[in-house]
Design a protein around this ligand. Structure first.
Ligand code: HEM
Ligand SMILES: *[C@@H]1O[C@H](CO)[C@@H](O)[C@H](O)[C@H]1NC(C)=O
Ligand SMILES: CC(=O)N[C@H]1CO[C@H](CO)[C@@H](O)[C@@H]1O
Length: 471
């Protein structure tokens, strides 16, 4: 009941505030749309209807790529299309600022900067979140090369030896998940074994869940998982500090972050564990999803497989076999990356991101009031036939040379100052994995029509079983 009272209260406040806003704004036009049912708004539609359909239904109904709705008690405007993509990304920090749903804030310890009528504080804590990552450059190519370069090859070979060698059939998704977690634990924590698999899975399931903290609810499981992950990361931090104090040399990423200073002060343990947890969350499952669907489509298309194989053979010839893929070689794997990009178009792992409106915004003749939230639908263009003819067909040539999508029509990593800093990590891991995979196997998808579940993030229902043919 506690939750409902709290919810009721919040929603009432929101409704009263919205009515007030509506009156005050008299002549200004709000975007078309509906706040949905009293109390819950359109929360259930948002969380339970596939995001593409949720958006398309409303875009068609209102003949508009901007519409209003209400999610978890927040009046929200959904924006999609190239114009909106340009608008949001170029007005970042001036008109809008990054914002997270209550579920994400609770799970990741992200402070709520704005609820109620508090003056807008300087985004200090939040700066603490991205700053060490950006200033230390750990996600830039040099950082990745330094903390992962020399181990990724052996991790991949080890993975194939343990899970693929000698098999005639495997389920790809669970395997690439295990692989992705292994790398994440190596890279971010300096561990040689993956940990917290169940916890990260539960955390991931909770991100877009209904925030009811009842026994057995998805959200409660996610909260518990988040607590366990934080505790484990803090334990790992303590290990680094102990090692330092014994004079041992520890040269992994976590040790580097623990030992680093921000403006003359060491970053506190709690802040570090939040940052590292956020990074591990962003890297683990999205990469597994991308690899899994990519492998499925390659397995369905011998022409694509052949082109990839010959591209990798060329790279191997010029770098010499037995040495790891370096950044120069990665630049040459253009076709393989095009296949990864086409996979991101059809199976996007970041459906959209939230923003908070800092001052009344006029866009397309509509007013978006200060304090409202924006759901910036990054997937809004992905299957639009105006930008991607025959949008349902898997066609990597859309990302080759002159064919490359027009600006702002495809932004899987966002755009502007807030865009994803993990892009290079994704590229490094995906290309390295495919490089070894095609050198060892040919394969075909056993269930070409396997269903894709997941409302906001696509998930293969059967785990993508494939039949393997070793070379
Ligand atoms: C296929 C994989 C990935 C996709 C599609 C993706 C997508 C995105 C998107 C769309 C944003 C923008 C958020 C915004 O504009 O508010 C973002 C932010 C972010 N991503 Fe990724 N990401 C991926 C992988 C990664 C990886 C591997 C890492 C870390 C190694 C990472 C770390 C981050 C961080 C730290 C932010 C927040 C940046 C900020 O707020 O300034 N992401 N990601
Ligand atoms: C955690 O990862 C999911 C993608 O799997 C993403 O949607 C979400 O924004 C991430 N949360 C944070 C706080 O990094
Ligand atoms: C205040 C501000 O910077 N507004 C910009 C928002 O984005 C549009 C489209 O890119 C620009 O034209 C505005 O100048």
């Amino acid at each position: 009941m506690d939750f409902f009272m709290q919810y009721l209260f919040l929603t009432l406040i929101t409704m009263i505030a919205s009515v007030y806003v509506l009156q005050k704004r008299g002549t200004k036009t709000l975007p078309p749309g509906s706040f949905g049912w009293p109390l819950v708004g359109e929360t259930y539609q948002f969380l339970f209807i596939k995001i593409e359909h949720f958006i398309q239904e409303r875009v068609n109904k209102y003949s508009s790529e901007i519409f209003r709705t209400s999610i978890l008690g927040e009046p929200t405007v959904v924006l999609c299309g190239p114009g909106a993509n340009k608008f949001v990304s170029t007005n970042e920090t001036k008109l809008v600022e990054v914002w997270y749903m209550k579920t994400q804030r609770r799970l990741f310890n992200i402070p709520d900067r704005t609820h109620g009528a508090k003056p807008k504080p300087k985004p200090k804590q939040e700066a603490a979140s991205a700053a060490p990552v950006k200033s230390l450059g750990i996600l830039k190519p040099e950082g990745i090369a330094r903390y992962m370069g020399n181990m990724i090859e052996s991790t991949i070979h080890q993975h194939f030896m343990t899970h693929w060698a000698g098999k005639t059939e495997v389920k790809v998704y669970p395997l690439v998940k295990a692989f992705s977690l292994t790398l994440v634990c190596q890279f971010f924590l300096g561990l040689d074994k993956p940990i917290l698999a169940t916890e990260f899975d539960n955390l991931h399931s909770g991100i877009y869940s209904v925030p009811v903290n009842f026994p057995g609810s998805t959200y409660r499981r996610a909260l518990k998982a988040a607590a366990a992950i934080r505790e484990e990361i803090q334990f790992q931090i303590k290990e680094k500090i102990d090692a330092f104090s014994k004079g041992q040399v520890v040269d992994d990423l976590l040790a580097h972050v623990v030992g680093s200073e921000q403006g003359g002060k060491y970053v506190p343990k709690m802040a570090i564990s939040n940052i590292i947890m956020g990074l591990m969350n962003s890297s683990y499952i999205p990469i597994a999803i991308n690899l899994a669907f990519m492998i499925k489509h390659i397995g369905q298309r011998p022409d694509i497989y052949q082109k990839i194989v010959s591209e990798h053979a060329d790279v191997t010839k010029s770098k010499g076999s037995g040495t790891a893929l370096d950044w120069d070689s990665m630049q040459k794997l253009k076709y393989t990356w095009a296949v990864a990009q086409e996979t991101m178009r059809l199976y996007p792992t970041a459906p959209g991101v939230f923003r908070e409106v800092l001052t009344d915004i006029t866009y397309e003749g509509y007013t978006i009031p200060k304090g409202w939230k924006i759901f910036w639908a990054l997937v809004g263009t992905n299957k639009n036939p105006n930008y991607f003819p025959e949008p349902e067909s898997f066609d990597p040539s859309r990302f080759e040379g002159n064919n490359f999508p027009a600006p702002y029509t495809w932004i899987p990593f966002g755009a502007g100052p807030r865009s994803c800093p993990g892009k290079d990590y994704v590229r490094f891991v995906v290309l390295s994995f495919i490089h070894v995979l095609v050198s060892k196997f040919k394969w075909e998808a056993i269930l070409p029509d396997e269903k894709v579940s997941g409302v906001l993030i696509p998930t293969p229902t059967e785990g993508i079983p494939i039949r393997l043919h070793p070379h």
